[in-house]
Design a protein around this ligand. Structure first.
Ligand code: CO8
Length: 277
C-alpha cells in the first residue's frame, strides 16, 4: 500500500477502488483496520472485471500486510454497496470469453483471505454485489440496505455463489423465491435470517462496521485467523469434521505467545499486550 501526500494512508487505484490503511474513525486512525471503497457512482458501484481484479489484489496485499488485521469493504455514496456485475460489460461476454478469461475464479481468492472481512452495506447489494457481501465474513447493514439476486431478470442466474450462499443464509424456500423472481429483501428481513449480523441507522453503517473492525483488530491476531477459519468450516464440513478442525486449531493456539500472554494477563488482572505470534 503506498501513500499519497495529500491523503495519508490512502491509495486511489484507477479501477474505482480506494484503500485506506489505517482507516479513520471519528476519534482518529484505527490501527489495524483497512477500509476499501468501491467507487463507481455513475453505475451504482457496479463491479466490472477491472474493479474485481483491483479488489482481489488489494485484499490479498492487505492479507499479507502485518499492519492490517481486519478489512471493511463498502460502496461509495449512499445509494449502493454494489448493484451487481457491470451489465454492459457482462452483455459482451460469450461462454468462450468467460472460460478463457475466467474472471470469476477471483471470487475463490476472496474466500481464501485469512483475515476477517466486514461488508458495510448501504442501499443496493444486488447480483454480484450481494454475492460479494455474502463472501465477506460479516455484514453490517444500514436500514436502507436491499439484498437480492436479480440475474434471472437479465436472462441468466447467479454465478458467483448466490444460489449457494443465499440458500445457506435464508433457507431454501426463501432463497428459491428470491433467485427465481429477482425480488429483494430489506435489511431487517436479512437480519432475521442471519444473513446480516446487525442493522444500524443508514448513515451509521460505515462507522459501525469500522467500530466492529477496530474491536476485532484489538484481539490476538493468530487466534482471530484461526477462529475465522473454524467458523467458516461450519458451512462446509460435516459436524464431526468441523469439530475435529476446531479442536486441532484450539490445541495449536497453545503454541502461541498470545495464549500465554492472554491467560497471564487475566490472572494478573491487567490488559493483555498481544504479540501476534
Ligand atoms: N451494471 C451497469 N450499470 C448499472 C448497474 C449494473 N449492474 N446497475 C445500475 N447501473 C447504472 C444504470 O444503468 C444507470 O446508468 P445511467 O444513469 O447511465 O442510465 C445508473 O447505474 C443508475 O441506475 P438506475 O437509473 O437504474 O437507478 P434506479 O434507482 O432507477 O434503479 C436499480 C436502481 C434497481 C439498482 C437498477 O439500477 C438495477 O436494476 N440495476 C441492475 C441490478 C442488477 O441486475 N444486478 C445484477 C447484475 S448481473 C450480476 O451481478 C451477475 C454477477 C456475476 C458475478 C460477478 C462476477 C463478475
Amino acid at each position: 500500500m503506498t501513500d499519497r501526500p495529500d491523503a495519508p494512508n490512502r491509495t486511489d487505484l484507477p479501477e474505482g477502488l480506494h484503500v485506506s490503511l489505517p482507516a479513520s474513525g471519528p476519534d482518529g486512525e484505527l490501527p489495524g483496520v483497512a477500509l476499501l471503497v468501491l467507487d463507481r457512482p455513475d453505475v451504482l458501484n457496479a463491479l466490472d472485471f477491472g474493479l474485481i481484479a483491483a479488489l482481489t489484489d488489494a485484499l490479498e496485499a492487505l492479507d499479507a500486510d502485518p499492519a492490517c488485521r481486519v478489512m471493511v469493504i463498502t460502496g461509495a455514496g449512499d445509494r449502493a454497496f454494489a448493484a451487481g456485475a457491470d451489465i454492459k460489460e457482462l452483455a459482451r461476454q460469450t461462454p468462450t470469453s468467460l472460460t478463457v478469461d475466467d474472471h470469476f475464479h477471483r471470487w475463490e481468492r476472496i474466500k481464501r483471505i485469512r483475515k476477517p472481512i466486514i461488508a458495510a452495506v448501504r442501499g443496493f447489494a444486488l447480483g454480484g454485489g450481494c454475492e460479494l457481501a455474502m463472501t465477506c465474513d460479516m455484514i453490517v447493514a444500514g436500514e436502507d440496505a436491499q439484498f437480492g439476486q436479480p440475474e434471472i431478470r437479465l436472462g441468466v442466474m447467479p454465478g458467483a455463489g448466490g444460489t449457494q450462499r443465499l440458500t445457506r443464509a435464508v433457507g431454501k424456500a426463501r432463497a428459491m423465491e428470491l433467485v427465481l423472481t429477482g425480488d429483494t429483501i430489506g435489511a431487517r428481513e436479512a437480519e432475521a435470517h442471519g444473513l446480516v449480523g446487525r442493522v444500524v441507522p443508514s448513515e451509521a453503517t460505515v462507522p459501525a462496521a469500522l467500530e466492529l473492525a477496530a474491536r476485532i483488530a484489538a484481539m490476538p491476531p493468530v487466534a482471530v485467523i484461526a477462529a475465522k477459519a473454524a467458523v467458516n468450516r461450519a458451512e462446509e464440513l460435516p459436524l464431526e469434521a468441523g469439530l475435529e478442525f476446531e479442536r486441532r486449531s484450539f490445541y495449536l493456539l497453545f503454541a502461541t505467545e498470545d495464549q500465554r500472554e492472554g491467560m497471564a494477563a487475566f490472572t494478573e488482572k491487567r490488559p493483555p499486550a498481544w504479540k501476534g505470534r
